[in-house]
Ligand binder design. Structure first.
Ligand code: SF4
Ligand code: SF4
Length: 132
């Protein structure tokens, strides 16, 4: 998910540093105990503090998820996202699900973004999706 630097692997065909962070705007970003423990260590706080500050329990899905904050582009986005710089603030300590995404050489959101920017002739254009 969103990083402040371009992906290092040359085979990867997306660049998170040029993306406004679509994947970080998912309403439900599931986290487990290892993820919370990693965040606690990163912030030098207790597990319980990290759990309550950065996560919430979703009753309908019965999973613990990252908390969100308001975002001018997507309505809401992960609480750990820098909404001005458009990148993750805890990149080295981000949860496993964020590390795994997009699980391939391409990111569908980035392809969509690239297409929309070409259409607009504006390499800073931020297109929104039906989900946002
Ligand atoms: S949507 Fe894709 S390109 Fe954008 S931050 Fe997430 S992984 Fe990177
Ligand atoms: S922890 Fe970082 S990479 Fe994961 S959703 Fe939040 S801002 Fe995005």
């Amino acid at each position: 998910m969103a990083t402040s630097t371009a992906k290092k692997k040359s085979a990867v065909q997306y660049d998170c540093s040029k993306c406004p962070g679509y994947c970080c705007s998912y309403p439900l970003i599931e986290v487990g105990k290892r993820d919370i423990a990693r965040l606690a260590k990163h912030f030098d706080i207790t597990y319980t503090q990290a759990e309550s500050r950065y996560t919430r329990y979703d009753r309908s899905e019965k999973v613990r998820s990252l908390k969100q904050q308001d975002d001018k582009h997507f309505g809401s986005i992960c609480k750990l996202f820098d909404t001005k710089k458009r990148c993750c603030t805890v990149y080295e300590a981000r949860p496993g699900v964020c590390r795994a995404y997009p699980d391939g050489k391409r990111c569908g959101y980035y392809d969509f973004l690239t297409f929309e920017r070409e259409q607009q002739g504006d390499d800073k254009f931020i297109a929104t999706t039906n989900n946002n």
